[in-house]
Design a protein around this ligand. Structure first.
Ligand code: SF4
Length: 408
């Protein structure tokens, strides 16, 4: 075993199983309403109104990691969704058209994704979530509501926050009607407080990787981020990250690295390649290289949540995200991460179907290298469509990149 196993994975599997079974139960019994939410959408409002909250992006990542996605994408292409656009969207619609789900592989009693009563998006990450959810709203004949966020934001101003907070407040009335529950500001504040606590713990988990050797890899992060994505705003997520954090702190105390004999420390910028997590994890570990941190896992750290000012703080938290920001702000952030995690090199993943989470196309790697002298490598691939990736080519480039680090 080249990468050390995290014991807390047992608890993780249990709470993820509970989460998906609760959704399945709500969908079948109709005793609770189900809301589909984009990954950085207003989950706290939905939870406070008693919805079970389902995240299609998490389902699409499962389609990727189970390597089902590549075969399903053509079914969405056949109804007019281009192979060039988001392969989360095309894989998810393809899976629905074929009536299959990776959930059934993990939980044989779950036969389908939960049926939505409403779909809720925020275009802070991309416009694709609106198109994707719009297709399902039409298919299930249920309402689609959402928030439009400006993109390429430089400083997040009071005007931005007012504009977005107002849209969030405007969601309450229609969602009250769909949920048949009355909005209670105290419940909402409590959920925002739980999201903040989850986010703070997740940040501490990721920051353990600043230690040398790092107790954690990016590949562990992509698995253990599950509760921060789909269960933020719940006590279960908070409890889980306390367990995970304590295991990682124990590793730090005992100088146990996730990768044996860590020689180099890399930063991963861009989407994971879900169908190749194990492949890359083992490749880097065999080169005694630890990918210690990533923008992707960091994206579920929301510093602004404040239960005293729930709508405005949520608006701020969901607009301060890396993906929403200008290149200038992104470069400043990456500079800080490189220094904090003591990074030797950056891997930029150019994901063919996600321009929004690809930052290597407008000269950013070159600017960063010039400014801080940290070398980089761009890998061409995709989050879900494995036809966009050449394993041999990326292996050769990674090995050459490590050799370059050895020589410098
Ligand atoms: S950010 Fe990229 S991967 Fe995520 S939904 Fe948007 S286009 Fe798809």
């Amino acid at each position: 075993m080249l990468r050390k196993k995290i014991e807390a994975a047992k608890e993780l599997n249990q709470i993820m199983s509970d989460y998906y079974h609760e959704l399945d139960h709500a969908s079948k019994s109709k005793d609770k309403k189900v809301a589909w939410c984009s990954s950085v959408g207003p989950a706290e409002i939905l939870r406070s109104l008693g919805f079970e909250v389902y995240f299609p992006e998490n389902h699409s990542a499962m389609l990727g990691s189970s390597r089902m996605a590549t075969d399903l994408i053509p079914y969405a292409n056949a109804i007019g969704y281009s192979p060039e656009i988001c392969s989360y969207l095309t894989a998810d619609i393809g899976a629905y058209l074929k009536q299959i789900t990776p959930l059934s592989k993990v939980y044989p009693d779950i036969k389908s994704v939960p049926k939505p009563d409403v779909l809720v998006f925020n275009t802070n990450q991309c416009r694709e979530v609106q198109d994707w959810f719009g297709w399902f709203a039409n298919e299930f004949k249920v309402p689609l509501v959402g928030i439009s966020t400006p993109r390429t934001v430089d400083e997040v101003t009071n005007e931005h926050i007012t504009f977005i907070a107002q849209q969030m407040e405007n969601l309450v009335k229609p969602l009250e009607k769909i949920s048949s529950n009355k909005f209670d500001i105290d419940i909402f504040k409590h959920i925002v407080a739980l999201s903040r606590e989850c986010s703070e713990l997740w940040k501490k988990v990721l920051e353990t990787a600043a230690t040398m050797p790092s107790p954690l890899t990016f590949f562990d992060g992509t698995i253990h981020m599950g509760p921060a994505v789909v269960m933020r705003g719940t006590q279960q997520a908070v409890d889980y990250y306390k367990i995970l954090l304590s295991e990682l702190q124990e590793r730090v105390k005992n100088h146990i690295g996730a990768v044996d004999g860590e020689r180099f420390r890399l930063y991963w910028e861009g989407m994971p390649i879900w169908g190749r997590l194990r492949h890359y994890s083992e490749l880097f570990a065999s080169l005694k290289t630890c990918v210690v941190a990533s923008t992707y896992c960091n994206s579920w750290i929301f510093k602004a949540f404040d239960e005293k000012n729930p709508f405005r703080s949520m608006a701020k938290a969901y607009t301060e995200l890396f993906i929403v920001r200008s290149d200038e702000i992104k470069e400043k952030y990456l500079n800080e991460m490189i220094e904090f995690f003591k990074i030797d090199g950056i891997i930029f993943h150019d994901a063919k179907t996600c321009p929004h989470n690809t930052n290597s196309r407008y000269g950013m790697p070159q600017r960063l290298e010039k400014e801080i002298g940290v070398p980089n490598l761009v890998i061409n691939g995709d989050l879900n469509d494995l036809r966009c990736l050449s394993d041999d080519q990326s292996r050769t480039s990674i090995e050459a990149f490590i050799e370059q680090l050895e020589e410098s």
